[in-house]
Ligand binder design. Structure first.
Ligand code: HEM
Ligand SMILES: [Cu+2]
Length: 553
């Protein structure tokens, strides 16, 4: 076997101190997968408690702590780092034709800062209770005890990891592109990571400062947010959402990038409206800074600000719609090859669109006054975060898995897993839209008799989802030991990680610096990839995909 990044040095130390972006990406993958597992187990407990009104398996206090910890883990330890830190790290430098990121030491430092932050947050459990939701609204969060000091300190520390990763990627994209890789030839995954990085660098300091203020208020008793001390609780909400709305774009923009790459590769077609898809990420990143007040329609902010925030929120629908329309057109013009990664891309179109549309509904001032703090909101953000980010991340994981590990997973199990996730996900969260419109409040331990059926349905869905996710984890892990050896380019991709490096990649990515002569999805310039058996990762039959119409724009 030739030398690759996995086998050139197998010692534990060579992993833990590795400056190789690929190994750092894999270490992040392990860490975020464990966070997802922890957050997921809590979700199942929370859903099980909701199987019946009144106490089912835990006390009201345990319930509050479980859903809070679920959310904190999912948001700060899982979803924010998931796609940028795992797939950004692994894929971005290779797609750029670079040997590594611009600052490899800083990259390793980001990983340990992330781990330290997560450890500080979890140590709050040893000190006291974790309560009040992931939003830490003051003044309630001031009352939960000293554990808030650990939560705020941990989130503050994790923020640095996010900022440093963003900085590293911005410099890498500007400075380390291979000869010929102009901005117009960047894979759309890179464009989306670029837009994400800008948000990470500009928005994260705000949550950092907010956490410091909360910390100081609790430690020294100075009045910043707590009215009892002369502070202003609405100020906290402004600070919090000034970060946390842009942060939802840290979660979704990289997902858009994965979907664009999947659409191009599996449709064997140029992504329609490439420039619009690329720049719409930047537009969304920019607009994302102007809409935080849509979380505060009922907070007592002025009516004028509410109307303005509502209007700007609608605008975000435009660049988002531009993407969805272009993805659909890409498939329409191309010839779609339905392999597991592409199944996730199709699923994404469905679930993310529901998440997006219900987001516009919540942006309507008059509607939000009714739906605020109901299960409609819970359903909406799960459709965006799980139906958007997690589904896309699963697509990306299946897409790049052969490159990362050198092994193919079982395609049949892949399809079954995708189907279970799709059915489980929708069964869990769709009923929550209905409950929300009927007035079921969010974050409640108990509920009225009339909601029982929908809650039971939702809980059954979460079990199906869990089975699907365990199946996926199972066959992916199994493939590490028993999987078929992956060819260099199992999906017939045109970006550099598929065309110019071995599987798994060489420790320094490339034997020699690649020279880029075409765009990332210029299938009409690469006819060999339509006919070659390389397009076939699985059976002996040769998959030949013919371009239906070749166009360029
Ligand atoms: C694995 C499937 C999941 C299930 C079954 C699930 C279930 C739940 C449940 C039952 C709640 C409590 C809702 C309430 O009491 O109001 C909740 C809250 C939450 N979940 Fe999930 N969840 C899942 C995945 C995720 C993911 C992937 C994320 C983000 C990446 C996430 C983020 C959140 C957040 C932020 C909250 C807080 C809601 C609040 O503050 O009121 N969840 N989830
Ligand atoms: Cu928002």
């Amino acid at each position: 076997m030739s030398v690759n990044y996995l086998n050139h040095d197998k010692s534990i130390k060579s992993w833990l101190l590795s400056l190789d972006h690929k190994r750092i990406g894999i270490m992040y993958l392990v860490a975020v997968a464990l966070s997802f597992l922890g957050g997921g187990i809590l979700a199942i407990l929370v859903r099980t408690e909701l199987l019946a009104p009144g106490q089912t398996i835990m006390s009201a206090d345990a319930y509050n702590q479980s859903f809070t910890l679920h959310a904190v883990l999912m948001i700060f330890a899982f979803i924010i780092p998931a796609v940028p830190a795992v797939m950004g790290n692994f894929v971005l430098p290779i797609q750029l034709g670079a040997k590594d990121v611009a600052f490899p030491r800083l990259n390793l430092a980001s990983f340990y800062i992330y781990l330290a932050g997560a450890a500080i947050v979890l140590s709050a459990l040893a000190v006291g209770r974790i309560d009040g939701g992931w939003t830490f609204y003051a003044p309630y969060s001031m009352t939960i005890g000293d554990s808030i000091l650990f939560i705020t300190a941990g989130v503050f520390v994790m923020g640095f990891s996010s900022i440093l990763t963003g900085l590293n990627f911005i410099v890498t994209i500007h400075k380390m592109r291979a000869p010929g890789l102009t901005w117009n030839r960047l894979p759309l995954f890179i464009w989306s990571i670029y837009a994400t990085s800008i948000v990470q660098v500009l928005a994260t300091p705000v949550i950092g400062i907010t956490m410091v203020l909360l910390f100081l208020e609790r430690l020294l008793g100075i009045g910043i947010f707590d009215p009892a001390l002369g502070g202003d609780p609405v100020l906290f909400q402004h600070f919090f959402w000034f970060y946390s709305h842009p942060a939802v774009y840290i979660m979704i923009l990289p997902a858009f990038g994965i979907i664009s790459d999947l659409m191009g590769t599996f449709s064997r077609q140029q992504v329609s409206g490439y420039k619009f898809v690329a720049l719409s990420s930047v537009a969304i990143a920019f607009l994302g800074f102007l809409v935080w007040g849509h979380h505060m329609f009922v907070s007592g902010q002025s009516a004028v600000s509410s109307v303005v925030f509502s209007l700007i929120t609608y605008l975000i629908g435009i660049p988002t719609g531009v993407k969805v329309i272009n993805w659909v057109q890409t498939m329409h013009r191309g010839s779609v090859w339905l392999q597991t990664p592409m199944l996730y891309a199709l699923m994404f179109l469905f679930t993310f669109s529901i998440g997006g549309f219900t987001g516009v509904m919540l942006g309507v001032l008059a509607v939000d006054v009714h739906l605020h703090d109901t299960y409609f909101v819970v359903a909406h953000f799960h459709y965006v975060m799980m139906g958007g980010n997690v589904i896309a991340a699963l697509g990306g994981l299946h897409y790049w898995w052969p490159k990362m590990t050198g092994k193919m997973f079982n395609e049949t199990l892949g399809r079954i897993g995708a189907a279970l996730v799709f059915i489980g996900f929708n069964t869990t969260f769709f009923p929550q839209f209905i409950m929300g419109t009927q007035g079921m409040p969010r974050r409640y331990y108990d509920y009225l008799e009339q909601f029982t059926n929908l809650h039971v349905l939702s809980t059954i869905g979460s079990y199906i989802l869990a089975v699907g996710l365990f199946l996926i984890a199972g066959y992916l892990l199994h493939s590490l030991f028993r999987g078929r050896k992956a060819p260099a380019n199992p999906w017939g991709g045109l970006t550099l990680e598929w065309t110019h490096t071995t599987t798994p990649p060489h420790p320094h990515n490339f034997e020699e610096t690649p020279i880029v002569t075409r765009g990332p999805y210029d299938y009409h310039l690469a006819p060999e990839l339509f006919q070659k058996g390389e397009g076939d990762g699985f059976g002996s039959e040769v998959v030949s995909v013919t371009p239906s119409s070749t166009h360029s724009d």
